[in-house]
Write a protein that binds this ligand. Structure first.
Ligand code: HEC
Length: 149
């Protein structure tokens, strides 16, 4: 190989290396994005969600009980009458789907009965941590004690 094409080749490798490092960096930033604080999430939930929701497994109020919601397909709380939009939504509640729904519920699930927009990413992350780590774990343990799984 002549020196010119060697230079071109190493420039190409340097470019690929840079692209690789950049995408690693982006993944890292996304993964590190706003880790949630369970305690702050609990307080936020009590102030902003309990007018319509319980964190129990089966107490439906104006909104469905949220105890079993994390990790479950949307629109499946037993005994609750959801909007057609929520029944048709069909996705599971994960950090990503919850984040989009809580940021702008009408945009994430057009036609939903719930109208909530939480602007601050940190508030949403705290809420999601609460729903996942606290509510989800507590109810999972209750179900297990009851012999359901
Ligand atoms: C004014 C009443 C109201 C408030 C306040 C409210 N919600 Fe809701 N929420 C609803 C209703 C009604 C539904 C059912 C929506 C549908 O059927 O389209 C719902 C549905 C949900 C669902 C989907 C549940 C499932 O079983 O699929 C989640 C998650 C949720 N709400 C979270 C929250 C959180 C977190 C808050 C607090 C920031 C909150 N909501 C505040 C009324 C409310």
């Amino acid at each position: 190989m002549n020196p010119a094409s060697t230079r071109r080749l190493s420039a190409a490798f340097a470019f690929l290396y840079l692209v690789g490092m950049l995408s690693l960096l982006v993944q890292h930033v996304v993964a590190a994005d706003a880790p949630g604080d369970v305690e702050r999430g609990r307080q936020f939930f009590q102030r902003n969600c309990t007018a319509c929701h319980s964190a129990d497994l089966d107490a439906n109020f104006h909104g469905p009980a949220l105890g079993g919601a994390y990790g479950r397909t949307a629109g499946r709380a037993p005994g609750y009458r959801y909007s057609a939009a929520m029944r048709a939504y069909g996705r599971r509640w994960t950090p990503a789907t919850l984040d989009a729904f809580l940021a702008d519920s009408a945009r994430a699930v057009p036609g939903t009965f719930m109208a909530v927009r939480i602007a601050a990413p940190q508030d949403r992350a705290d809420l999601i941590a609460f729903l996942r780590q606290e509510v989800g774990r507590r109810n999972w343990e209750a179900r297990r004690r009851a012999g359901a799984r």
